[in-house]
Design a protein around this ligand. Structure first.
Ligand SMILES: [Zn+2]
Ligand SMILES: [Zn+2]
Length: 337
């Protein structure tokens, strides 16, 4: 039996646990470690024996509790190399100047020595160092790359035994890099990561196979390209993003630039996009369709449900598909496969 427990889903934090008789893995750590452990215990999942923490991408709502969970509970972290590198940049304090500050510093230097010799104009190539410093982009306001909350991190550091405390914020006890399209095993779970279109360094969805069951997780994607549709086929449990209602987003509180990003092909899936997929392309084989990453600002759970139900009801024979809604505030009752 495979047990899937979605501890949280949404732009304030994503985390799920998949457990077989031999293996227990966590998908994303977008809540604080304390909250993850609290919700795990509430759901009868023990944090003591975690075999892996799989990361989809480096946005804050997927990595907030990563370092503390990995260190405190000694969990190996699995991520693509680019996601790991982007996360490291995010947690490492920046000591590079912004281009504006750097330019000003150069000007002041130049002014101080201008009486002795003429300085050449600054060239575009001068900025290559700063240009090379990547900045995370956000898909929703809450996903913006904020530095980790130092107070939170400090409070949680008290959880660490002294020997695993480290002053390096990017320290992790064990990291495994995977590549999209290349499967690997964790215990008796076979994991196939696949590329999704989203504004992160190297975002992925996952197909997890264990005990004859196929679980597909695809959240945080701007649209559904053929490779994603292919991986969604044959799912027993399909967890798919139903992020926003397009009209609510358009009329909602987000700044226009953020709205555009959410709507873009590297943003998030709308209720309509999921409805179109379920009506036209979905193979109908999943016992459970979980609508996830539902925006609290730009969607209503009932709108997401209605849209999916309407799409499935239009297709004879798919009424057996059970639609579940993942929530931000409370774990979803464990799904048994
Ligand atoms: Zn997200
Ligand atoms: Zn994201």
């Amino acid at each position: 039996m495979v047990r899937v427990t979605i501890l949280a889903s949404g732009s304030k934090g994503n985390c799920a646990v998949v457990t077989t008789s031999r293996t227990r893995i966590v998908l994303d750590a977008g809540l604080s470690c304390r909250e993850i452990v609290k919700r795990m215990r509430l759901c009868g999942e023990e944090p003591e024996n975690l075999d892996a923490l799989l990361i989809t991408h480096e946005h804050q709502d997927h990595v907030q509790g990563l370092s503390v969970l990995a260190r405190r509970w000694n969990v190996p972290v699995y991520a693509t190399e680019a996601t790991h590198a982007a996360w490291k940049r995010w947690v490492t304090p920046r000591n590079t100047m912004s281009f504006k500050a750097w330019l000003e510093a150069r000007r002041q230097q130049a002014d101080m020595s201008s009486s002795s010799e003429a300085k050449p104009e600054l060239q575009a190539s001068d900025i290559c160092d700063t240009a090379a410093v990547p900045s995370l982009t956000a898909s929703e306001e809450q996903e913006a790359a904020q530095p980790l909350n130092p107070a939170l991190l400090e409070a949680e550091r008290e959880l660490f035994p002294p020997d695993v405390r480290s002053d390096d914020p990017a320290y992790l006890p064990c990291v495994e890099h995977f590549r999209a399209g290349i499967s690997f095993d964790i215990g008796d779970i076979t994991v196939m990561p696949f590329t999704i279109p989203h504004d992160a360094a190297d975002p992925v969805g996952f197909v997890l196979q264990a005990e004859g069951m196929r679980i597909v997780v695809a959240t945080d994607l701007g649209y559904m390209p053929p490779n994603v549709r292919m991986h969604l086929r044959g799912a027993d449990l399909l967890m798919i993003e139903s992020n926003h209602d397009v009209e609510m987003l358009r009329d909602g509180p987000y700044p226009w630039a953020v709205k555009q990003r959410v709507l873009s092909r590297v943003g998030h899936l709308s209720n309509d996009a999921v409805g179109d997929y379920l009506a036209e392309d979905y193979d109908g084989g999943a016992r459970f369709v979980v609508l996830a990453h539902i925006s609290e600002s730009n969607n209503l759970p009932e709108l997401a449900r209605l849209s999916a139900e309407r799409a499935l009801n239009g297709r004879m024979g798919l009424l057996g598909n059970k639609i579940l809604l993942a929530s931000q505030s409370t774990p979803l009752e464990s799904i048994l496969l």
